[in-house]
Design a protein around this ligand. Structure first.
Ligand SMILES: Cc1ncc(C[n+]2csc(CCOP(=O)(O)OP(=O)(O)O)c2C)c(N)n1
Ligand code: SF4
Length: 471
């Protein structure tokens, strides 16, 4: 008797479509006749049969299969478009017992993610890549993919793909098998039951390579997308036989069974050593540098040419000189001089989680557009320093501390207008107290090579101090 049941590699209920226990729990979001469901099932069965569920890290792509994490009862990471092989590299190198599955569509792998797949394959990373090639961008409405056939009509090639315009279809299994890194490369098809069984075997083979730690396996699976192709499911399968398979030869390209992949880790970097490196450092830093009560997130914004990026670098370096952790993230406008620019600086006693500053604790606004852009983002109780030489309006908020300082005029008086950024930065340091102004003075000669400029900056700091004393 054949018992049909949902493989244990799947969750009991698929909660994407309905809340737990609801009537529709258990259905998938895929279109009728879509190949993704078939491939998911083959993988889930293999995970169950090979007893690797607790070690499996499934990397979902961007594309129709983005929701694979609703189905696969395993470790799941949803990756940025095309970047699954890079994420998989990190996963497999840090957890060498992991079974890493990179599941990708043709837009994802052969389009936006071409660099990642090529280099991961070339390095022979220990992962299994299942490349679902349906010759179209399914999720976004059926646009041309790199694997679209010549003459095939898509949303972006309504009269068919032309070699002269879009080039020829790319054969990823062939490309990958030109590299020496991969141990196993095969192309299969879902056009009929025999093809599905061969795909089942190929998936298991790739996963076995993972278990045996052999390295990089690549299985390209020709898969129907009836919706994108505008066909009924049965017609889609005949189209595959008549059109897709003659272009994409279904065959095994490589199978090396006697290879064991050497560890990609640094020799000394075992878990214990890594923990030693990280944990005491965090504790010591937290204990020794208690000058910051909490993370400080500073946005320094202005026109390109006002020195906002270099003010950010100086601030981050001053913090580091004082034993703090610091990140600096520049954002340039499309124009250079005269365009907008801002620097995000995060200072903390602990390692910084993210360099992005979306809710600043302090805004140093060098011009009007910067105040307009970031005023509302400052946290309540935060600080805004306004360059009142250029910003003529007042701050609308009454829940933040505001300092109006004519930093451009002060810098001009000293005879160095370009130093308005230093006046602004110094005011921030006097107000916040951490890092201290001495830390800034100590990094100036390291970052500014000309000694006369260092002198000018010290003068600007002095003027800022006098101004601050009078505020
Ligand atoms: C960085 C980025 N660029 C573009 C998109 C839009 N986008 C979403 S899915 C997709 C193509 C997916 O096609 P494919 O990988 O073939 O998967 P399928 O949906 O056919 O399974 C694109 C371009 C995006 N989400 N992110
Ligand atoms: S659009 Fe195509 S690939 Fe996406 S779910 Fe529907 S049939 Fe599958």
């Amino acid at each position: 008797m054949v018992k049909h049941a949902k493989p244990k590699g799947f969750y009991d209920q698929f909660l994407r479509k309905a809340p737990e226990g609801g009537p529709a729990a258990g259905t998938t979001h895929y279109c009728p006749g879509c190949g993704h469901g078939t491939v998911h099932k083959l993988i889930a069965e293999a995970i169950e049969d090979m007893n690797i569920k607790d070690r499996t890290i499934f990397l979902s792509p961007v594309g129709c299969s983005v929701f694979a994490y609703y189905y696969m009862d395993a470790g799941n990471i949803q990756c940025a478009h095309g970047r699954a092989p890079a994420v998989g590299t990190g996963a497999s190198r840090t957890r060498e017992d992991a079974i890493v599955i990179s599941y990708q569509g043709d837009g994802d792998l052969a389009g936006i993610g071409t660099a990642e797949i090529i280099h991961a394959a070339n390095r022979g990373e220990n992962m299994a890549v299942f490349f679902v090639n349906n010759a179209i961008y399914g999720m976004t409405g059926g646009q041309l993919a790199p694997t679209t056939l010549l003459g095939q009509t898509t949303a972006t090639t309504p009269f068919g793909r032309l070699e002269e315009r879009e080039g020829k279809p790319i054969h990823m299994a062939e490309v990958v098998s030109t590299l020496e890194g991969p141990v196993y490369v095969e192309r299969t098809t879902l056009s009929d039951a025999r093809g599905v069984m061969k795909t089942r075997k190929a998936i298991r083979k790739a996963l076995l390579n993972q278990v045996e730690h052999r390295g990089f396996s690549f299985v390209e699976i020709l898969s129907p997308c009836p919706i994108g192709w505008k066909m009924a499911p049965v017609q889609a399968r005949s189209w595959m036989k008549d059109n897709l398979e003659p272009v994409y030869e279904v065959k095994q390209f490589r199978n090396i069974e006697d290879k064991i992949r050497k560890s990609g880790r640094l020799p000394e970097a075992d878990d214990a050593a890594l923990l030693d490196m990280l944990v005491p450092k965090m504790e010591e830093t937290a204990l020794e540098t208690s000058i910051l009560d909490s993370e400080k997130r500073i946005k320094i914004a202005g026109f390109g040419g006002q020195g906002v990026l270099s003010a950010g670098t100086l601030l981050a370096n001053a913090a580091i000189a004082e034993g703090l952790e610091a990140t600096w993230l520049p954002s340039y406008g499309a124009e250079m001089r005269g365009g907008t620019a801002n620097a995000s600086v995060v200072l903390s006693s602990l390692p910084v989680g993210s360099p992005v500053v979306s809710s600043p604790t302090a805004l140093l606004a060098m011009n009007g557009p910067s105040l307009d852009s970031f005023e509302s983002a400052v946290v309540p109780g935060g600080l805004i320093v306004v360059n009142s030489s250029l910003v003529k309006r007042k701050v609308d908020r009454d829940d933040v501390r505001v300092i109006y300082a004519p930093v451009s005029a002060i810098a001009s008086e000293v005879g160095f207008l370009k130093g308005a950024n230093i006046v602004m930065l110094a005011l921030y340091l006097f107000e916040s107290g951490a890092p201290g102004i001495d830390a800034l003075k100590s990094v100036l000669p390291k970052l500014i090579k000309k000694s006369e400029l260092v002198e000018l900056n010290l003068k600007l700091i002095k003027r800022a101090e006098e101004f601050y004393a009078a505020v």
